[in-house]
Design a binder for this molecule. Sequence first.
Ligand code: ADP
Length: 525
Amino acid sequence: MNKKILSKSKISKPKYKILFVSSELHPFAKTGGLGDVCNSLPRALKALHQDIKILIPAYPFAIEKAEQIKQVAQIDLPVKGFPGTLGLTVETNKVHRVNILETKLPGTHVKVWMVESTLYNRPGTPYFDDDNKEWEDNDFRFALLNYIAVEIAMGRTELKWHADIVHSNDWQTGLISVLLEKEYLKKKAVRPATVFTIHNMAHMGVYSKERFDALKLPQSLWNHHELEFHNEFSFIKGGLIFSDRVNTVSPTYALEIQHEEFGYGLSELLAYRNERLSGILNGIDMKEWNPAKDPMIKKNYSIKTINNKQTNKSALQKHFNLPKKKNTLLLGLVARLVYQKGIDLLLENMDEILKLPVQIVILGSGDLELESRLRRWSNKHPDQLQLQIGYDEQLSHLIEAASDAFLMPSRFEPCGLNQLYSLRYGTIPIVRKTGGLADTVIHASKENLNNRSATGVVFQEAEGSTILDAVNLTSLLYQNKDIWKKLMINGMKQEFSWKESAKQYLALYAQAIEDRNKYKRHSSF
Ligand code: ADP
């Protein structure tokens, strides 16, 4: 009897040693949603009593933000002649040694390990130099992270810790499952189970055959069933093929990427691995994004004090020098200004949109041409459209709190976080029906308004005037204060916390372990 109870509690409360590997981690290094997710999910897993460690590169700007950081280990890369620093010199026969620095995720007990190497000791962002040019040796830089992850996961370091699960994220970590598979075949050692999360299929880490050779990857993997991708090789393919389980950050995106339009040449592979592919919706950090306590906004508010939102609107209008109009629909947009985000769609319809009684504020940076086209509109209509190019965490909070509605006309959106922040802040999201946007926003149709499920405005096509029609509808809804308030409140009542998603990840880890034990190994090493 006792035995039974014990085994039952074991099943319902697994405790895994998880190595969570990423190129971004908020607040140390973030260029987009990946950084946010890699902060929130490990915290939620820790709250579910998991032994989780995060591994990222020790970028100088990350070290700067870390508190009580200390060196805890040194690791020699078990690859001779691994490519060297920026000049792409090859340190033949020299062992590449890295330091492992340890800190914690601020305000938590989650340990963060940072890999310190000359390859990361540069200014800029994780991927770009100060002139927004991609580092030429990003393949070497992230391969290093992958090799070190394997050493740690296999328990071969001074850290005296090994992983049951390695959870890799996006192409920068795509070789980990490949190297772990090789590990198993080489020594028949038990390897950790592997999970690979796709945060964005558009970034695939594609490099030449010469670079593949320089990275000392097994030549047998150079075939189109494995790492070769149209005469080059792709990091992400490694993650997709060799991981025990693959997932994306929303159920709809998991389906979309199995189709040509969204699969970037890998849709067939994804469809083939369909049984190992799933979607788990991202949550949001409910503490950081809480209008009732957010220190970055002008006036806090909740459903009960919803009218205080107006004070934020005035503050934002002041910040951008927009006329202080209380009853003009204020639309916000915070994003990377790139094709994915449908900025060109917005631009094509800008003339007509600005004929409506609206004001628009945009915060972001990205494609230079899109930036300058936006700037031209802003110069032409400064009383209606204001733009701030750059990255500004605090202003992004104020825009969420102050705007009446929030624009997300994305062509594709793996999950999207801003529509979730918007819902929580009583700011009506205007979204295109794709990926995570389709999974989280319910259109304000007559029926959905009547049954009180509507939370936003959803449009279908990424073409023509659909975005104009959506803004038009939003403007009409905004005229009716009762309907508008209901929409706001419906949104604010939604729950997108990480707790539920983290439980789904635990189930995914269990499946990954099962698959690792069950399936035949790859044999082409
Ligand atoms: P993606 O990861 O594709 O960029 P997401 O919606 O998943 O898009 O996440 C973007 C995150 O980055 C959000 O937290 C958003 O607020 C933030 N963000 C994007 N651009 C800026 C900016 N210019 N200033 C501040 N925050 C930004």
